[in-house]
Design a protein around this ligand. Sequence first.
Ligand code: SAH
Ligand code: SF4
Ligand code: F3S
Length: 440
Amino acid sequence: MDKLNKTFYIETYGCQMNTVDSEIVTSILISAGFKLVDDIKEANILLLNTCAIREKAVERVINKMRQHKGFLKSGKLEIAGILGCIPEHTGDELKAKLDFIKLQVGPDKYRTLPQLIKNIYKDRKYHEELDFDIEENYEDVTPYRSEHTNAFISVMRGCNNFCTYCVVPYVRGREKSRTVDSILDEVKNTIAQGITEITLLGQNVNSYNFEGIRFPELLQKVAEIKGMERLKFATSHPKDLTEELIDVIVKNPNISNSFHLPFQAGSNSVLKRMNRGYTIEKYLAKIKMIREKIPNIAITTDIIVGFPGETEDDFQQTVKVLKDTKFDNAFMFIYSERKNTASAKNFKDDVSKEEKSRRQQFISKLQKKIGLVELKKDVGKITEVLIESISKKRDYQYKGRTEQNRIVVFDKIEGYNIGDYAKVKIKKAEGVTLFGEIVE
Ligand code: SAH
Ligand code: SF4
Ligand code: F3S
């Protein structure tokens, strides 16, 4: 294909899977001769890689695209396109609202981008590629890394779980696991580039299965790679989480002592309607097992409030789980009805907006207090921190993360650079941040 000598700018929304996908898209476009720019004013092509998980995420993208529209008239911008999960979910509605976009491409079709863009330059018409491809794992594409200390590496794509509220199975298609060899190769190459912290990604890593090799075995293989300093993974689904996986964490000191395990709701009747496949008792038993095996583990979770039919009593059961379990952090969402999902079809979105907000604010406040108590337990300890960046607020300080994935801010000192590991003594905890100083 002839080179076009065009520049592109990409913005990413949504989960870490989209972060990796944007790195894949960037790599594909650069290989085809396009040039990446980090200023939209310099771009001929604008791409937004989007998320459809909640209606708010969609509204955000629409607003952003409208803001950027001006560059089509006044700047160098020639083509505006939308990638990722919204095109698969409500691409037609999006096209109607943003009639100036020229391109929509779904997560399995990024290889077609160079040709599509070329076609648009030829015919000035709208183009889209939204098919799913069960074979597409982008195994041969080396993602273009934007971060220098940590890398996300996807081990699987898609999801088969069909939690009734969730669009992911509809916008990402069926679950598919990458080959073990391609994952190990990518990890080795990433370490060779100087990145020592790696996060293995999938919507449900516990259902990874490549020719009988399951996630615990894969994790063990990755942990053994030379130069692997810190290994993380996300996300685990409680129903598929096994003791074997926890044993792999115990056995390998380079696997981060942090665990993200969404419980979504404390009431069994809500969990059942969500099709989560576990009871809250089973969930809590798993938490107990994890804590017994790894006492200093930091556990985080996701919660949805205001799921259809959630009563005050149901909600109080969520509150109780929060109080009893003492998560390090929790991501708390207001239920957002998604087109095509089972809960949209079968249940009435009957918890009022006000009540949903009240519930969310209540647990946010509660979790803030609980999280801070947990965080304060680190005060006085000396922990190993990976230096990730310069602190946004104060340029004489670094920001890093502890083994438990907690954020730490501390003064820079000579001899320590971004990407290094430092021993940091924790002095205080505020909000969700630890403050400390390097001890040599
Ligand atoms: N695969 C991951 C999560 C993916 S989405 C998992 O199963 O854990 C991240 C979080 O968004 C979910 O855990 C859930 O809490 C929330 N979420 C998903 N769909 C939602 C919806 N329709 N409304 C509100 N929150 C939602
Ligand atoms: Fe969505 Fe459930 Fe799959 Fe997570 S496991 S992506 S919540 S369907
Ligand atoms: Fe959003 Fe798609 Fe991820 S819907 S949460 S970006 S898989």
